[in-house]
Each structure stands twice: as structure tokens, then as C-alpha cells.
Design a protein around this ligand. Structure first.
Ligand SMILES: Cc1cc2nc3c(=O)[nH]c(=O)nc-3n(C[C@H](O)[C@H](O)[C@H](O)COP(=O)(O)OP(=O)(O)OC[C@H]3O[C@@H](n4cnc5c(N)ncnc54)[C@H](O)[C@@H]3O)c2cc1C
Length: 518
């Protein structure tokens, strides 16, 4: 749906509401637009009853729904997408997380050390203790197969990637268990009784009809705010136009966080972002151009002022490169012909995943560059002089050239006096033609959100749990501090989704639904 059409629909819906105030009016919405907290309420066209309702069908939501159904709760899962789009950003994942050789203690220690106790240590301890149990449950109950026994999801053999395979495996198992799925239903408002307890959620479909799901507990698993420009900028202070959102779903509008905040829920490091490295929009992320051109420690990075802004070794870690690159308005990499030849003869120095092995020649690099030079909206430029090269982009030319001369001096001296880059990665920029890569920082999703405890209960402004309300996955904050810990725990966001979903169902079953205990 186009933005114009959706706005018009909203207006038509609002006008209709005034005309039929008796409760029959429907406020149509676009799933790409932020929730309007002030939108008038309307009576539901249908009401459902269940023990446990989950909003969101990604890893967190499916795990919560499955565990709830296993424990005997009648369970409904609503998702704003249609059935074809089940699984949210979780469809795209590879890694699902693992427990290190040293077990729970090592995992706990690694996480709190990494986050310097900016994360919640109680949440982290229980996460570490439960992680293997939840991985075993994923394999044994859900039937998910791990590649090489651990860490990665196995593809299905028909070319379906691991993340999507895992989602469909969970979906089928949830159906077998009797979970009821309501697609094209956007949860937009929590229902609260006079005691302040959450007793359900209202949802709207794309033509604005409202349904109400009454329940004993609600679990918010809507995948965070990665598609919501306003929220992204408010929480991160980074301009949304300067980053590429690599989540393909488009439905991560921060709805869970908005609904929680409406009830006074606290936030926990909502600014924490799962960054990946800079990319060249329009070019293959795993191709030689991107990996060898903009993801290497032996290049030089410059910002819009023409300043080299860091030791380029940051590129070996998504979080460090994300932290420094997100501070720049532009990120340009400049290399010379010697560098291009070096890549073709000797390969890369920085390994990005398993795309190119260090030291293995990449003979196609020049061809990929040449192909990129003739594109519209180019991301790659070539010139015989640095002045000509810089004239193509929004960069301070004099400063850039001065910085390159200074840097070349550091190479001669064998010491990077600005940022102390390892001497093995110091290479001069001196042999024409020169190349400039106009890159852009990319990210996957946020990893903080509503403050939760070690049972995935959402914490209110009085620092007490909001009874009946849970959150999981990218809607929930607790395991991560201000940064994502990809270097020590790859896949921890997936595992967090699994564990937090599992916790919510277990807690709701034991505390909120006494009939199940009998
Ligand atoms: C390209 C890519 C690759 C990634 N690779 C990895 C990886 O290898 N390992 C890893 O650990 N992490 C990875 N991540 C991060 C991972 O995707 C997230 O950690 C994970 O998806 C979070 O799961 P979730 O259930 O919280 O959200 P999601 O999977 O995004 O699910 C949220 C669901 O909620 C639905 N929804 C949204 N709003 C509403 C509403 N109001 N009402 C009802 N439903 C709603 C959405 O449609 C969606 O189905 C990757 C992310 C991306 C984008």
C-alpha cells in the first residue's frame, strides 16, 4: 500500500468514525505506519477467548505460543502479516546461538563481562542457565535441525534458508498443538482491568475491523522498531536516512514497545542496535566489491569532512564498526590501484564470515569494480588524481588529501600516530588510478526494548511487573547493554527470542492460570 493511499484510508476511516459513533466504524491502517496511540477505539466485530495471546509470529512469538500450548494453555497468536509472511525478521537468520564449551557459567561470564554490567545480571544468569535446555527443546520438541550439530539452522534441502525452515517447522508444530493463528491482525492496544492487570489485546485488520482477544496473559513479540524512523532516531540519535535497514519484513514498527509504554512500562537500552558492517546499496552484500572494497582493515575510511575517523580494524567486528560508523554522516573508503591488484593476487586481510578466505586471490575484484563504475547512482568512483576522485562526492577535498599524505607518512614510519592501527594493515594510497567507495552503514534490528525480568515480565514505572504482560525477542530489553555482543555470542538475539518466549509461557502457566496447576 502506498503512503498516500494509506493516509487517505486513515482519513476516510476517521471521517467514518465521526459519522457512525455507535461503534461500527473501522479505522483502516497501513502496517508501515506507526501506531497511533490516540486513535479512537471502536467495538470489536469479533471477540476471542484464550489463556495466552501472543502478538508476533517471529522466533520469540512462536516459541512462546508453542511452549504455552505444550503446557496446556489455550493459545492465540496474532500477526499483522498474512500467513505468507509468517516469521518476521526471523525468516532471514542463520545463527541461532549456542552455549560455549564451558557451559552456563562461561556464557554468563562472557555476557556480563562484555556488557560491563550494563545488562541485567539476573536476566543474564537465568538466560545462561536455561539456554541449553531451550536449545534441546528446540531440537527435540520443535524438530528443528541444527547445522553441524550447533549454532546454525539447517536449510530444508529445497533451497529454503535455515531461518525460514525453522519458522515453518515451528509453525507446523504449533498448529499440531492447537495454537490458533489470526493473520492480518495488528495488535494495537492492550486491555487492562480495574486492578491494572492486562487481560487481552485489541487488533485491527487492514480494512480497520477490530477484533478483541481476551486472555489471562499477553506476550508482546512484535520484533522491535527497526522499521520505525521516528523511534529509531529518538532512541539512537542516528539519522535513519544514513543507515540501511536489512530487515525485509517492514512490520517492525515498534508496536509492542509503544503498547507497553502506554501502560507506563520502563525501557531497557532501547538504543542498542544489531549493526552489521557498511555495505554498498544496490550491490551484492557478499560480493567481492563489498567485502574486499569496504570491509577491509587495510583500507582507509574517511568521513564527510575528509577526516580519517578510526583504526580500520574496527571492521572485523560488526558492533565496533557500527558504533564508529554510525557517528559519521558519510563513510567513504579510498584505495589505489596497488590495493586492487593486491586483492586480486593475494586476497583479503579481514575475513567476513565465510565469503572470502584470507590470502586467497580474488581475481574478479577489478571486473566487479569496472561494472559498478557505469551504474546510475554510482557507489564506486575512479579517477587519476585524488582531487578528481573527491570532486564526485560530498567530502572536503583539501582535508582528504592532507589526511592521505599524513597517513602515507605513518606507513613510512610504520606507526599510525592517530589511531595506532596494527602496522601489518598500513598501506599507502599512492598509485593511480584511485577508487572511492561510497558506502552506507547497515543494521538488522534493535536488541533492547521494554524492560523485562528473568521471567520475561514487563516492568512498570514502579519497578514491579505489570501483571499479565510479557515481552520477548526484539521487544524486550534485559540481556543486552547498549551494544550487541556479536563478537562473543553470535546468534544471541535468536537465542534471546527463544528463551524469552519460553520464559513468558512458563511463567504465565505457573502463576496466572491456576487451573493448569491442578
Ligand atoms: C537479515 C537479518 C539477518 C539476521 N540474522 C541473524 C542471525 O543469524 N542470528 C541472530 O541471532 N539474529 C539474526 N538477526 C536478528 C533476528 O532477526 C532477530 O533477533 C529476531 O528476528 C527477533 O525475533 P522476534 O521474534 O523478536 O522478531 P521478528 O522475527 O521480527 O518477528 C516479529 C513479528 O511480529 C509481527 N508484528 C509486528 N507488529 C505487530 C503487531 N502490532 N501485531 C501483531 N504482529 C506484529 C511481525 O509481522 C513479525 O512477524 C537477523 C536479522 C535480519 C534482519
Amino acid at each position: 500500500m502506498s503512503m498516500d493511499l494509506s493516509r487517505r484510508d486513515m482519513l476516510i476511516g476517521s471521517a467514518a468514525l465521526g459519522a457512525v459513533a455507535a461503534g461500527a466504524a473501522h479505522v483502516a491502517y497501513a502496517k508501515e505506519e506507526p501506531l497511533d496511540a490516540a486513535a479512537p477505539d471502536v467495538d470489536p466485530v469479533e471477540t476471542y477467548e484464550c489463556d495466552f495471546v501472543v502478538a508476533g509470529s517471529g522466533t520469540a512469538g512462536l516459541c512462546a505460543a508453542i511452549r504455552a500450548a505444550e503446557l496446556g494453555m489455550s493459545t492465540i497468536l496474532v500477526d499483522v502479516n498474512t500467513e505468507n509472511g509468517i516469521g518476521g525478521n526471523s525468516r532471514y537468520v542463520e545463527n541461532c546461538g549456542e552455549v560455549p564449551e564451558g557451559g552456563a557459567d562461561e556464557l554468563y561470564r562472557n555476557l556480563v563481562d562484555y556488557h560491563r554490567f550494563a545488562s541485567n545480571a539476573i536476566v543474564t544468569r537465568r538466560f545462561a542457565d536455561d539456554a541449553q535446555k531451550v536449545i534441546d527443546w528446540t531440537r527435540d520438541n520443535q524438530g528443528i535441525v541444527f547445522k553441524e550439530g550447533r549454532l546454525k539452522y539447517e536449510e530444508d534441502g529445497n533451497g529454503t534458508n535455515g531461518g525460514k525452515t525453522a519458522i515453518y517447522t515451528m509453525y507446523n508444530y504449533a498448529l499440531e498443538l492447537g495454537v490458533q493463528f489470526l493473520f492480518d491482525e495488528r495488535a494495537y492496544r492492550l486491555i487492562v482491568n480495574e486492578d491494572g492487570r492486562v487481560t487481552g489485546v485489541k487488533c485491527r485488520n487492514r480494512i480497520g475491523e477490530v477484533i478483541q482477544v481476551n486472555s489471562k496473559a499477553v506476550d508482546l513479540c512484535t520484533g522491535g522498531y527497526s522499521c520505525n524512523k521516528e523511534m529509531f532516531e529518538r532512541f539512537t540519535n542516528v539519522s535513519y536516512d544514513r543507515v540501511i535497514n536489512r530487515g525485509g519484513m517492514g512490520t517492525q514498527m515498534g508496536d509492542g514497545i509503544t503498547m507497553g509504554e502506554e501502560l507506563g512500562a520502563l525501557l531497557f537500552h532501547p538504543e542498542a542496535i544489531n549493526y552489521c558492517s557498511p555495505i554498498l546499496p544496490g550491490h551484492y552484500n557478499k560480493g567481492a566489491l563489498t567485502i574486499c572494497g569496504v570491509n577491509q582493515a587495510d583500507t582507509c575510511f574517511f568521513n564527510e569532512s575528509g577526516r580519517r575517523f578510526c583504526d580500520e580494524e574496527v571492521i572485523s567486528d560488526w558492533t565496533t564498526s557500527g558504533n564508529i560508523c554510525s557517528q559519521q554522516h558519510h563513510i567513504y573508503m579510498i584505495v589505489d590501484q596497488d590495493f586492487v591488484q593486491k586483492i586480486m593476487d593475494e586476497g583479503v586481510v579481514t575475513k567476513r564470515h565465510n565469503y572470502f578466505e584470507v590470502g586467497e586471490p580474488v581475481p574478479q575484484f577489478q571486473d566487479e569494480i569496472d561494472a559498478a563504475l557505469v551504474r546510475e547512482n554510482p557507489r564506486v568512483y575512479k579517477a587519476d588524481t585524488l582531487e578528481e576522485l573527491c570532486a564526485n562526492v560530498d567530502i572536503d577535498v583539501e582535508t582528504t588529501i592532507a589526511e592521505i599524505e599524513k597517513f602515507n607518512g605513518y606507513v613510512d614510519a610504520g606507526f599510525d600516530a592517530d589511531f595506532m592501527k596494527d602496522p601489518q594493515y598500513l598501506r599507502k594510497i599512492q598509485t593511480p588510478p584511485f577508487y572511492l567507495f561510497r558506502s552506507q552503514l547497515a543494521f538488522y534490528n534493535n536488541v533492547g526494548g521494554l524492560r523485562v525480568d528473568e521471567f520475561a515480565r514487563v516492568i512498570g514505572s514502579d519497578y514491579k511487573p505489570i501483571v499479565g504482560l510479557y515481552a520477548g525477542g526484539s521487544d524486550a530489553g534485559g540481556l543486552f547493554g547498549p551494544y550487541y555482543d556479536v563478537s562473543i555470542a553470535p546468534g544471541s538475539t535468536q537465542l534471546w527470542g527463544r528463551v524469552s518466549g519460553y520464559w513468558a509461557a512458563e511463567h504465565a502457566a505457573s502463576e496466572l492460570i491456576p487451573s493448569l496447576e491442578a
